[in-house]
Design a protein around this ligand. Structure first.
Ligand SMILES: [Zn+2]
Length: 311
């Protein structure tokens, strides 16, 4: 076994001094302490090192290698993460969803985070969602409330049952036009009606992402619209991948040497085949364990969460 630890991060911000203290994220102080821990117990590596560990002749990695990955292209990563990594000479991997950056649209998944951070009662929002489905039921042949409740059978590591149901309904279970409209209304009611301004605050700009790259950070694909890539057709998968590749090429990433982090960890066989055709080199999932470079496929690498390490 050749273990390699890959850690995933999302929000890293001064929650107590932010406008949305209820957002679930890591504090900047906690991140600094976690970097101390990592430097004391692991050897941080770059995406390029991991790539070489899969190539032949295979390059050996330092003892206890660790790779840090940052999902979703948040401004947090430029303002809070980059300075700390840079000061310590650590090269992280960043996976921005292209549409959010290029079109200043707030991802539905992020709208849901900020809706939940703005209300005191998630059950009330879930009731509001079920009530609003009445007007769409006939046109979209929607299921009953009971059927939706039983369709969401998974447990989430950190979320309560009502939050899990709400997220799954609004991210996946409802037909796309219905969930987009329901999320749009909830976001306008509970968070803000100015989505563009919110997106500009929430996500990095192209210039910031280019700056990360110039300073040794790795930039990879996180899809175009942040769709569940295992819930769409092979044709739609190709559009998602090719549009995200155009975005990476604008940043100078080579077409035959790139990586992907699957939104929500979703992938399937047709996607993996497409990625091999497009010469994708590494794929990161949300399967929670330490990777084994002797056994794991380079396109389906597991990651642990920042919460799995001390902070
Ligand atoms: Zn994501």
């Amino acid at each position: 076994m050749k273990p390699a630890t890959i850690v995933m991060y999302h929000y890293v911000r001064d929650l107590g001094r932010s406008r949305f203290p209820a957002i679930k994220g890591l504090s900047v102080e906690g991140f600094g302490r976690q970097l101390d821990y990592i430097q004391n117990h692991y050897s941080p590596i770059a995406a390029e090192d991991l790539l070489e560990a899969f190539s032949s002749p295979r390059k050996d990695l330092p003892p206890n290698p660790i790779l840090l990955t940052f999902d979703d292209g948040y401004s947090d990563h430029f303002a809070n993460v980059f300075p700390l990594l840079d000061a310590r000479g650590i090269r992280g991997c960043f996976f921005p969803p292209a549409q959010a950056i290029l079109e200043h649209k707030v991802l539905d998944v992020n709208k849901i985070h900020f809706i939940l951070a703005s209300v005191s009662d998630a059950q009330a929002v879930l009731n509001q969602v079920f009530a609003s489905l009445a007007e769409f039921r006939a046109e979209f042949a929607l299921k009953t409330t009971g059927e939706y409740l039983s369709a969401v059978d998974e447990k989430h590591r950190y979320d309560t049952r009502e939050v899990t149901v709400l997220k799954r309904l609004l991210q996946r279970e409802l037909p796309e036009p219905v969930r987009a409209e329901v999320v749009r209304r909830l976001f306008a009611e509970h968070v803000t009606s100015d989505e563009t301004a919110f997106a500009c605050e929430l996500y990095m700009s192209m210039d910031q992402i280019a700056c990360l790259r110039r300073n040794g950070m790795h930039i990879g694909s996180h899809g175009y619209t942040h769709a569940w890539l295992n819930h769409i057709s092979p044709q739609a998968q190709a559009i998602e991948i090719d549009r995200s590749l155009e975005f990476l090429q604008e940043l100078g990433v080579q077409k035959n040497n790139w990586t992907i982090c699957y939104p929500y960890g979703g992938f399937d066989d047709s996607l993996l085949q497409l990625l091999r055709e497009r010469q994708c080199r590494l794929g990161f999932t949300v399967e929670v364990r330490v990777a084994d470079l002797d056994a794991d496929d380079r396109l389906t690498l597991p990651r642990i969460d920042t919460n799995d390490l001390p902070s």
